[in-house]
Design a protein around this ligand. Structure first.
Ligand SMILES: [Zn+2]
Length: 172
């Protein structure tokens, strides 16, 4: 999927619908904000580490393609998690990795006109894809996913909001 909006929307939906939240909450104590920040960062990280090169230096695309292979992304996650203090490091690594996983799965859905994702690097430079979507189709899909994710987010916030005195009076 070509845009960050679509990846964040999918990450938000995964958090709500696929039990990813339980994975993020496992293990070491870390604030919800920190976990979510790492998760969402992970969901766009593959594009963050490659798109600037694609845009600024189109001639070197073939050389940086490997940066968003799962192997290199694991190294990125390891490196970024080192920015956290000891006990939080593993939580950061897990949340970054979960976000990266949502990105990789969604990217596999798309067909590629050129290049692709080296899923098995360094063992193979093949670029497998499920080929379910053309790149231009994913733009409309991203907007639809963002709308659904927004509805899910609003519903989740309403669920979490503590009942006020007025609400309690209305519901009694
Ligand atoms: Zn991507």
């Amino acid at each position: 999927m070509p845009d960050l909006l679509g990846h964040v929307a999918v990450a938000r939906l995964a958090l709500e619908l696929a039990g990813v939240a339980a994975v993020l909450e496992r293990g070491e104590p870390a604030s919800e904000d920190a976990r979510l920040a790492c998760f969402y960062l992970g969901s766009i990280l593959p594009d963050l580490v490659t798109r600037p090169f694609h845009i600024l230096f189109p001639g070197c695309t073939a050389y940086v393609e490997v940066l968003d292979s799962p192997f290199c992304l694991a190294l990125w996650a390891l490196m970024l998690s080192q920015a956290f203090a000891g006990p939080l490091r593993r939580a950061a690594l897990r949340c970054l990795s979960a976000g990266i996983a949502t990105h990789v799965v969604i990217d596999l859905v798309q067909r590629h006109i050129a290049g692709g994702y080296m899923l098995l690097f360094p063992f193979s430079v093949a670029t497998p894809t499920w080929g379910l979507l053309w790149p231009e189709q994913s733009v409309g899909l991203s907007l639809a996913l963002a709308a659904v994710a927004l509805v899910v987010e609003i519903a989740a916030r309403r669920r979490r909001r503590p009942a006020t005195g007025t609400d309690a009076a209305v519901h009694s």
